[in-house]
Design a protein around this ligand. Sequence first.
Ligand code: FDA
Length: 316
Amino acid sequence: MNPLRPAILAAAGSPRMKRMLTGIPVTANIVRRFVAGETRDELIPVVRGLLGSGRMISVDFLGENTTDRAQADATLAEYLSLINDLAVLDDGRSGAAARIEVSVKLSALGQALPDDGPATATENLRILCAKAGQAGVWVTVDAEDHTTTDATLATVHAVRAEFPWLGAVLQAYLYRTEADCRELSGAELRIRLCKGAYREPRAVAFQRASEVTDSYLRCLDTLMRGAGYPMVASHDPVLITAAQQLAVETGRGTDRFEQQMLYGVRDTEQLRLAAAGTAMRVYVPYGDQWYGYLTRRLAERPANLAFFLRALAGDS
Ligand code: FDA
């Protein structure tokens, strides 16, 4: 893990930094590396390209920490339109997996609303899943900071009763996640395992990169030996290789797990895995609320930050 990560994530939280970064024209080029566009019209050609290259997709409409009801309703409406637009791109070639998925943050669906946040998010997620189910599109709920984990898993559990294909994300940097994996791996659940991208305190999360990787390996082992459908979300070669080896060892076919990566990260490796027959899904964000997402990507990798600073200095 990038040693500067906590400092970058802390600085990114300042409103002044946000005003500065979003106000400068060069930011647009950096954004384009990781974000497919600000509108659905810009998103769709990107999605077509990815599907045409043999990859599957999960589209995220960017936005988080909604604190007003109208915004949560607008996000839900955008997701419903998005599903309409995406469903027509599916050529019906899917095997066991839906080639098209949407990913959603419950905080964008109203989880943080002051009065009835979790209930609102649960209801909105139900509406989204009903629409997605009709369209043959999957839904996975993103994991946000650790204060939301219990509420998010409770919502997923409640909505899964009606929509068993609903996926959840677990973050290997949290101490609790090994136990969550053990508890959830017995059922036929779709679980996306990632390292975790938020700034978390030592009280709840591993801080050292090696500890996070070791935790991921233990969680991966549990999920790959379990009854569910693991979604291995990482660009880390150690973890990608471990997943491939575990699949061979446990006799898990390529239709019973996925590798997943972010749009704009390790594109050549994504294509290599897809060409080798691995189910490869790309997480594709779009929308104008890209600030939080972008700063987490910059914080993950010093090279991204250096690229950004060089561009700011007019050097690239
Ligand atoms: P790591 O960060 O160690 O990177 C390994 C290698 O991958 C690097 O050496 C580099 O080559 C490359 N790489 C990684 N990140 C890069 C970047 N930003 N730019 C360029 N190269 C990069 N997190 C979360 O908290 N909640 C969530 O819901 C999700 N959802 C999610 C979905 C999917 C499909 C993915 C792939 C990731 C997430 N994440 C997430 C993010 C995740 O937690 C994590 O922060 C990143 O994936 C980076 O961790 P890696 O496992 O890739 O390893």
